[in-house]
Design a binder for this molecule. Structure first.
Ligand SMILES: [Mn+2]
Length: 442
């Protein structure tokens, strides 16, 4: 019997919460993701769409969840790949219609090949369709059945975006979701500790990546994004992922590497000296980022505006830049009127994001988003990750020589609770002394 990450009743609660805000005359369609080709017959590993995972935990490709009201009840039907011996010999066993109906939190299951005919009926009743996305496999399923020159857009014209309604639910994590998130954070924290312990001057960035990914695999987990392992000047590239350079003696290495448990992501960053001892300059910058990060975490209080954490970290980053003379002007100029001041030369990203089934989880809230975030509520999980980056190669800003090649980011995952912020990645050290002891006493 397949084991789903949540109880049937938890999935049903999520479905009901969504359907409460949908008219009984409408239908909801949740599609999963496309299978993406890597090279000829080789595909990228498939990951189901997060909305599909959230509403029913279905992980197979080429599937649709359709929810329609019959006048008194919402009927939830999963359209899936039917069993097919020939295909299963090559691609692996399928749950098929029977498995989906028996074990998944839906009322009914059908073959994906009958979806089109059912949609024709839906269309004839002129129902509005709320959908999460229109991936290629879904468009193809419809277009290949169209007889005339009718287009997909003509066929499915009465369509509405359902995501924002589900996002409101996904933003607040249930106790069971928090349990998966804690597990994900614990594995990622331990993996980074392993990487710190095995650090030595002259090792390859790829070796640290291998240590971390091995730890994930050994714990039946996987990366939630391509790890960033940047030694020396590579630590200043925000989304560096080549991970193919040697980490020279005296360099810092920035490691941003989260994992995934039952679809739930962790996202953690630590920066450390590869030889186990911070230089004076590395310490100076590290202390600024750490102070900013701690202040931002303190701003993760119930009811606080989302932007407060960014403002807290910007204040400390800016004060630090001023104190070290890296930006030589007044504090107001560095912070800027709308927090768009000169600090952005060296701290170019936001302070955090929501975390959940997606690493950059739904729910918005980041400055500049169309959907201004809600104030922080219990059950939200956010990252807090200020950084400072001084690239050697940049000519658009002036960087003191002694700081060139230093990139530092410190990132923890924070659960918002009535009792204040809870750091769920706290088992991973971030104090200078603790990191040094860990690397030197390996
Ligand atoms: Mn992050």
């Amino acid at each position: 019997m397949p084991k789903l990450p949540f109880t049937k009743s938890e999935y049903e609660q999520r479905q009901e919460s969504l359907l409460n805000s949908i008219s009984k005359n409408d239908i909801v369609i949740i599609t999963t993701n496309d299978v993406m080709i890597r090279s000829n017959d080789v595909n990228y590993s498939f990951r189901a769409n997060s909305y599909m995972l959230y509403l029913c935990g279905w992980e197979e490709e080429n599937s649709i969840l359709l929810m329609e009201n019959n006048g008194s009840n919402w009927i939830k039907t999963l359209y899936v790949n039917p069993t097919n011996t020939e295909k299963e010999i090559w691609e692996g066993r399928r749950q098929g219609v029977e498995g989906a109906r028996k074990f998944w939190p839906v009322d009914n299951a059908k073959s994906i090949h009958s979806l089109f005919q059912d949609l024709v009926v839906v269309k004839s009743k002129n129902k509005k369709i709320h959908i999460n996305q229109k991936p290629k496999y879904f468009v193809d399923l419809i277009v290949e059945n169209l007889e005339s020159r009718d287009s997909f857009d003509n066929f499915l014209s009465n369509v509405n975006d359902v995501n924002i309604l589900i996002d409101k639910l996904r933003v607040i994590k249930s106790n069971a979701e928090i349990k998966h998130m804690r597990a994900s954070c614990a594995i990622a924290s331990s993996a980074i500790i392993q990487a710190m312990k095995k650090s030595y001057s002259g090792m390859g960035e790829w070796e640290l990546q291998a240590i971390i990914e091995q730890f994930y695999k050994m714990n039946k987990s996987q990366t939630s994004y391509i790890p960033i392992i940047g030694g020396g000047d590579n630590s200043t590239i925000l989304h560096y992922k080549k991970n193919n350079s040697v980490i020279e003696e005296g360099s810092l290495v920035l490691v941003d590497a989260g994992c995934e448990i039952n679809g739930y992501a962790s996202d953690i960053t630590r920066t450390w000296p590869i030889n186990g001892t911070f230089t004076k300059e590395q310490k100076e910058i590290y202390k600024i980022v750490l102070k900013a990060q701690k202040a931002a975490i303190e701003s993760c209080q119930v009811g606080f505006d989302w932007n407060k954490m960014h403002e807290s970290s910007v204040l400390h980053i800016s004060e630090g830049l001023l104190e070290l003379g890296i930006i030589d002007t007044d504090l107001g100029d560095i912070i800027g009127e709308n927090f768009d001041g000169r600090y952005r030369d060296f701290f170019m990203h936001g302070t955090g994001h929501l975390l959940g089934l997606d690493v950059h989880d739904v729910g918005g809230g980041r400055k500049g988003d169309d959907n201004p975030g809600p104030s922080l509520q219990p059950g939200m999980i956010v990252t807090v990750e200020p950084g400072l980056y001084f690239s050697k190669w940049r000519s658009d800003v002036s960087i003191p020589d002694k700081y060139a090649g230093i990139g530092i980011r410190i990132e923890d995952d924070i659960l918002i609770t009535e009792n204040g912020p809870e750091i769920i990645t706290k088992s991973c050290p971030k104090e200078i002394e603790d990191i040094e002891v860990l690397i030197r006493n390996k």
